[in-house]
Design a binder for this molecule. Structure first.
Ligand SMILES: Cc1cc2nc3c(=O)[nH]c(=O)nc-3n(C[C@H](O)[C@H](O)[C@H](O)COP(=O)(O)OP(=O)(O)OC[C@H]3O[C@@H](n4cnc5c(N)ncnc54)[C@H](O)[C@@H]3O)c2cc1C
Length: 265
């Protein structure tokens, strides 16, 4: 849709260009920004920064905030956890247009419960690199960046530069389960398990809750342990894609499956 209050568009080419004037906001793929009315008067295009979409290095994988979902699918599938990238990307309810334009950073910053890049990043203990307006940067686990629906720790003027995925997580075994009310519907619940080389298991719940939940175990938990754990989770998400009690029940079933798969692997 037309953003008829927007009177300026700046193409960012250097970090200084990311200093936002009052009323300005950063534009990534624009798939959400142009999907509903906005109270903004100016846009600063991040995609003109020319960042490499992704880089493989000894410590893992760096993904630029401007990397599109489609570009993320070009990362070589060389790790045990590689299938998780496509599983999460396909959990995003989208057309080919969204696939080609929506960015990893935009998905994280929007902080929707069904944010599939939030699911991926949380499951892999990814760290987000944030550029502050004063020229410094800060780093934070994605699981801690997202505080609730459309609510993150990002302060005014902060820009997500990249996502850092550690090599240890990429080498881990993973299991993915997703449920939605309709076959092509928005995710109602996503559970991802990650079994590290040392036998520790990380279980993440997204889409069913307003923010990601991360549970860590010394070894895969029993069904009883999972049941007790989920009883302590409050605030299951409530929207057209599922009622809270239903989401809780479905998520528990998905968690049983994930743990069983990882126990057997
Ligand atoms: C048909 C359709 C289906 C969708 N399905 C889903 C879905 O299933 N799950 C889901 O989570 N979302 C969904 N969305 C919402 C949205 O399109 C995606 O979350 C997308 O990933 C947003 O990325 P973008 O690059 O287009 O962000 P933009 O629209 O450009 O920006 C989104 C927000 O993030 C901010 N932002 C972007 N990048 C940065 C950055 N690097 N640093 C700081 N702030 C930044 C922008 O200022 C803006 O507020 C859907 C949208 C549509 C139109």
């Amino acid at each position: 849709m037309d953003l008829n209050r927007v009177t300026s568009l700046r193409a960012a080419r250097a970090r200084d260009d990311l200093r936002l004037a009052p009323g300005e906001t950063v534009l990534a793929g624009g798939s959400w920004l142009f999907s509903e009315p906005q109270e903004i008067s100016g846009l600063v295009d991040l995609t003109t920064m020319g960042w490499e979409p992704w880089t493989v290095h000894d410590r893992g994988l760096s993904v630029a905030a401007t990397c599109t979902i489609a570009e993320l699918m070009d990362v070589p599938a060389v790790w045990t956890a590689s299938p998780l990238f496509r599983q999460c990307a396909e959990a995003l309810l989208m057309s080919f247009k969204i696939w080609g334009t929506a960015t990893v950073g935009g998905n994280l910053c929007l902080a929707l419960p069904a944010g599939a890049m939030i699911s991926l990043a949380t499951a892999l203990d990814a760290v987000v690199v944030i550029w502050r307006p004063d020229g410094t940067e800060r780093r934070e686990l994605v699981a801690e960046l997202v505080l609730g629906v459309r609510h993150t720790t990002l302060q005014s003027g902060e820009v997500v530069r990249s996502l850092e995925i550690p090599i240890g997580s990429l080498r881990a075994r993973t299991a993915f389960r997703r449920f939605s009310l309709a076959p092509l519907g928005r995710s109602s619940a996503i559970v991802i398990g990650r079994l590290d080389d040392d036998g520790r298991l990380t279980l993440t719940v997204t889409a069913a809750t307003p923010r990601p939940y991360v549970f860590r175990f010394g070894s895969p938990p029993t069904d009883d342990e999972l049941q007790n754990l989920f009883a302590s989770v409050h605030g299951w998400y409530d929207d057209a894609h599922g009622a809270p009690d239903w989401r809780k029940a479905v998520t528990l079933e998905l968690a049983y499956d994930v743990c069983e798969e990882l126990r057997a692997s």
